[in-house]
Design a protein around this ligand. Sequence first.
Ligand code: OGA
Ligand code: FE
Length: 332
Amino acid sequence: MAVFASGSYDPDSITKYSSITEQIPRRSIQDPETYQLIKDSKPVVITDTNLVTSASKWDLEYLNKNLGDGLFYVYTSNDNRFKYFDNKRAEKCKSFVTPSERHHVTFLQFLQMLKRCARTKEKVYLQQTLNDSVGTNIVTDFLQFNWDWVNKCQAAYGWGSLSSNLLLIGLEGNITPVHYDEQENFFAQISGHKRCLLFSPDQFDCLYPHPVAHPCDRQSQVNIANPDYKKFPRFRNAHATEAIVGPGDVLYIPMYWWHQIESLSSRIPPVTISVNFWYRGTPLPDVIQYPLSPQQRVSVMRNVEKMLAAALGDAEKVGELLRTMVEGRYTQ
Ligand code: OGA
Ligand code: FE
């Protein structure tokens, strides 16, 4: 039974990225390979989880009726890109220009913003953690998510607790640029198609993340649609794997895997809708095995940066100290 509106996307509307060759495997919930991939912290699109089938009726009208009177975080951008930034750090850092504007609005105001966007070049993206301000119908749909399956996965892989479910409602062309999250993610697509590009954690040196204390911590500095190879020469060595997810698909995005997510065309409803399931990572084992995994290396680098910033009392001085330590000594 096709529960989700089928919809399609226009292959010509896709931004071309030269480095993509590989496709992320698409597997059934019954395929043992699905679970081997998740166990190995490798991405996989799972096609038949029914994880959010109860949300397949969500369209703008239904959501407007049932999401309640709470406020939603909605971002606007003039260049399609919605690079994440930490709002508190952004407010403290006077020289930082926010890459998008953050608004806190009702769902009705969001619908008005969507209408306005149809006439302008501006793009709008709702990104709100689901909370208890939603109406009873949404609560019912939420309770009918396939908790049985995700809970079993969480237990099987020893993940920590579910930290949140983020609801994302976006327009064709919206891009969440390359970043990594410090959580395991089952990314469930409800409506429209999204193109997801993933880079493995061992490509840290090719993706040039902002410093840990920066408002854009965890985000790559490289705009992969138009890379500045002078500034970021090792991006030439980066290679992505790709998945196009549509209604009913669930993409497993392992913790520390870099990802960029682009909304492709979507007609009925005229938006892409996704809900993610973010889980805290597996607690550290009692005995660490060496050599460290690429994920553990990223974690170590983050901690070194944080410790140095704390010890120096100024995150701006970390680079200088690291240069002094390394240049001419470890760079020969
Ligand atoms: C995520 C994520 C962005 C998007 O779920 O971790 O980065 O645009 N989503 O869907
Ligand atoms: Fe993410």
